[in-house]
Design a protein around this ligand. Structure first.
Ligand code: ZN
Length: 306
């Protein structure tokens, strides 16, 4: 069985007409759960609200105030050129973070060691004091800090295979020796970071535009997975962005859904080796709706294997 955490509020965050980070993305992800192969094997869980204190694990008070400020019906609040809040965004943000923290609680309790958070908005670009790149707050960085503080996990790894570099995750976790940030991403591409790590605890593998399965798997097999293995984390957190898929409109890599099956299997194997199987994944990017369904299916299928 696999826990999938989600909440209807995550579909109500609406950055506006034509915005690629649309509510339809969540519907595309949830469509994958309807596949007959998952019948009776997935437990859908309602994501709880995270507290303001949880957000403060990774963010400045000024950012938290701005993101949670009420937005009147019919209005939008623009936090940066492409990060926009609507009336229900604050709840969507708190449910997205709450899903991660609840999944970690379950994984550490041993009841459900693997979980996927089917939530939005994404988070890995948000820095301590700056929302950016569709990301109001950084759920995965909050989750890493939470695992280290609330659960006294000795080492936590954040694995990010979104096509964009998770600049916010790397920056927030910089200087934290109990955390390791690993990312493969297209370069050059938004946000322009990730060519060199900014801290000893980050490893970045850059993929030139046009790279496909072979370059992606080689980067993980030869560079990033050995680092993860050597770090021996007690918990693996996954920033699961599916925008390196060949159909994605925002980037130029050429992955297939099977590549997400492959990387997920590799990560689950390392979680079994070092972390008693504990692996919690959260949706980041992915802007082709058909690819989102297909990649989510591959990701979950891999998580359901022993
Ligand atoms: Zn992305």
């Amino acid at each position: 069985m696999l826990s999938v955490w989600t909440h209807p509020a995550c579909a109500l965050h609406d950055p506006g007409p034509g915005h690629p980070e649309s509510p339809k993305r969540l519907a595309a992800v949830l469509t994958a759960l309807e596949m007959p192969e998952f019948a009776g094997r997935i437990v859908l869980r309602a994501a709880p609200l995270a507290s303001r204190e949880a957000l403060a694990l990774a963010h400045a008070p000024e950012l938290i105030e701005r993101v949670l400020e009420p937005v009147p019906t019919g209005f939008r609040l623009r936090l940066d050129p492409d990060t926009v809040l609507s009336e229900h965004s604050a709840e969507a943000v708190l449910r997205t973070v709450g899903a991660l923290l609840a999944a970690i609680d379950e994984a550490l309790a041993g009841s459900q060691r693997r979980a996927f958070c089917a939530t939005r908005p994404p988070g890995h670009h948000a820095t301590r004091d700056r929302p950016m790149g569709f990301c109001p707050v950084n759920g995965i960085a909050i989750a890493a800090r939470y695992a280290l503080s609330a659960h006294a996990i000795e080492r936590v790894a954040v694995v990010d295979f979104d096509v964009h570099h998770g600049n916010g995750s790397e920056a927030i976790l910089a200087g934290e020796p109990r955390a390791l940030y690993l990312s493969s991403h297209q370069w050059p591409l938004y946000p322009g970071t990730g060519l060199e790590p900014r801290s000893d605890n980050a490893r970045n593998a850059v993929l030139p535009p046009g790279s496909g399965s072979e370059a992606f798997r080689t980067a993980w097999r030869e560079l990033l997975l050995p680092e993860l293995d050597a770090f021996a984390p007690g918990l693996i957190l996954v920033s699961a962005g599916f925008d390196a898929h060949r159909l994605d409109p925002l980037a130029d890599l050429r992955l297939e859904a099977d590549d997400y099956f492959w990387i997920t299997r590799e990560l689950c194997a390392l979680a079994v080796r070092h972390a008693e199987g504990r692996l919690v994944s959260t949706l980041e990017g992915g802007y082709s709706l058909s690819a989102l369904t297909e990649c989510t299916r591959a990701h979950l299928r891999a998580m359901l294997m022993d």
